[in-house]
Design a protein around this ligand. Structure first.
Ligand code: FES
Length: 150
């Protein structure tokens, strides 16, 4: 199998993978970054969201062969100690229920707030609408995103 040089959470990493391996599985199975979750595998749920060059992107849809020049950030890379403002707001608003979708939610929220630091309620709802939560914790998610923006 070919070897790919990736930049993940600021570190250079080498992986040995088939070219069409989804980034999601490279992260989880090769790099042991298991915070990124598998939900649907077809780009519909948002559980696998990571940042590619700062933009929230579904890692289940990205082939490893396309990522050698990308800066990849996972939930493990957004802060060393859980003190990113979005993580703090998440804890203060007690957002997670089962927790499964939360890494993807936080990755979408952090990317969104980087580009819009004073979002309206409807902008927050729109930005987060592609990340599904089976526990329907949507109100708390929106409240936490609004709090993190302050
Ligand atoms: Fe990638 Fe659902 S697992 S969008």
């Amino acid at each position: 199998m070919p070897i790919y040089n990736l930049t993940v959470n600021g570190k250079s990493m080498q992986v040995d993978a088939e070219p069409d391996t989804p980034l999601l599985w490279v992260l989880r199975d090769e790099l042991d970054l298991v915070g990124t979750k598998f939900g649907c595998g077809i780009g519909q749920c948002g559980a696998c969201t990571v940042h590619i060059d700062g933009a929230a992107t579904r890692s289940c849809l990205l082939q490893v062969s396309s990522l050698e020049s990308a800066k990849i950030t996972t939930i493990e890379g957004i802060s060393d100690d859980g003190t990113h403002p979005v993580q703090v707001a998440w804890k203060e608003h007690d957002v997670p229920q089962c927790g499964y979708c939360q890494a993807g939610q936080i990755m979408t929220a952090t990317s969104f707030l980087k580009n819009n630091s004073t979002p309206s309620e409807s902008e927050i709802r729109d930005a987060m609408s592609g990340n599904l939560c089976r526990c329907a914790s949507y109100n708390r998610i929106e409240q936490a995103v609004a709090a993190a923006a302050k």
